[in-house]
Design a protein around this ligand. Structure first.
Ligand SMILES: [Zn+2]
Length: 310
């Protein structure tokens, strides 16, 4: 079968500090990706020692013992301290790369939501000053929940709405020891139900379609569709879950319930070990389940239109 090569915008790339920009550009060129959204990652292992955060984690772990799952807080704490520092990506670093390759990169910053309202306000001002176009947040690695920290999340959304910054919002499980669905429950997109009522001008991208999980793929896909159906200012990206577009049931559900105008191609490169941007794009190019028009929307046009509005 002849496979058509589509131009593309990758909406989800991580310029981790240990990855050279040449490597990113090479991966983009190999996949015929015109531009990539680079996302910052404001994460800090010391967050687990914030009393409120620690108490919540300990409560979750205690509940897990009823299901005979035993995880110690100290194990998680150690993992946070071992892993997070090498993936932390400064907003200034993202801005620097965008300034060097403005035709290839679009920059999104990040704000560690659990650090509180004052910190969110200060960081959004900086992100705006750096000329970045959006903000990446993760309920998992930034230890917040739209249900328990509604004020913080509302504040963040209001500021982003006012400053016209898009929000890339992690949904699905996290990695490593934090993969346990109970520990990632805060990243279930259904928790945004109601929270988005007052933010109809916010542009929010539900990363990973609610589906990311090594153990339970598609874990909150249904919930993600529910939210997209209710709020038409929501988008979803395919980062690390391109298989959704090869899944007959998932494709039919997207097509009939929300359409493909709000689906964005993202690769999560280089977060998924041994998976390139080309690997992820190939899956979408080759799937028999999408029309050529739908592929064009997902790979390029939706992202182009959204970026033009920022
Ligand atoms: Zn990511």
């Amino acid at each position: 079968m002849e496979v058509e090569d589509f131009r593309a915008i990758d909406f989800h790339v991580h310029p981790f500090p240990h990855v050279s920009p040449d490597e990113l550009l090479r991966a983009m060129d190999e996949a015929d990706v015109e531009r990539a959204v680079l996302v910052g990652l404001d994460i800090d292992p010391a967050d687990v020692d914030i009393r409120r955060v620690r108490e919540r984690i300990e409560m979750t772990l205690l509940n897990l013992t009823m299901g005979l799952v035993f995880v110690q807080f100290d194990e998680l704490r150690k993992e946070a301290y071992d892993v997070m520092p090498s993936f932390r990506t400064e907003n200034e670093h993202v801005a620097k790369l965008v300034n060097l390759w403005p035709g290839r990169f679009v920059g999104f910053g990040s704000v560690d939501v659990c650090k509180g309202e004052r910190y969110i306000e200060k960081t959004i001002v900086k992100i705006k000053k750096l000329g970045l176009k959006g903000v990446k947040v993760l309920p998992t690695a930034q230890f917040f929940s739209p249900a328990l920290d509604r004020d913080l999340v509302e504040r963040l959304f209001s500021l982003c709405e006012k400053e016209n910054l898009a929000v890339v919002y992690h949904t699905g499980c996290d990695v490593g020891a934090f993969e346990l669905p109970h520990l990632s429950e805060s990243a279930n997109p259904i928790l945004l139900n109601g929270v988005l009522d007052n933010h109809s001008n916010l542009k929010i991208i539900l990363s990973h379609f609610g589906s990311y999980s090594a153990k339970y793929p598609k874990i909150w896909f249904k919930e993600c569709i529910e939210i997209m159906k209710k709020y038409d200012n929501t988008y979803a990206d395919t980062a690390a879950v391109p298989y959704l577009l090869e899944d007959e049931k998932a494709v039919a559900k997207i097509r009939t319930e929300v359409g493909f105008e709000r689906v964005l191609f993202g690769s999560d490169y280089p977060a998924v070990i041994l998976v390139t941007i080309k690997d992820e794009k190939d899956i979408i190019e080759k799937t028999r389940l999408l029309t050529a028009e739908e592929k064009e929307l997902v790979l390029y046009e939706n992202a182009d239109k959204l970026l033009r509005s920022l």
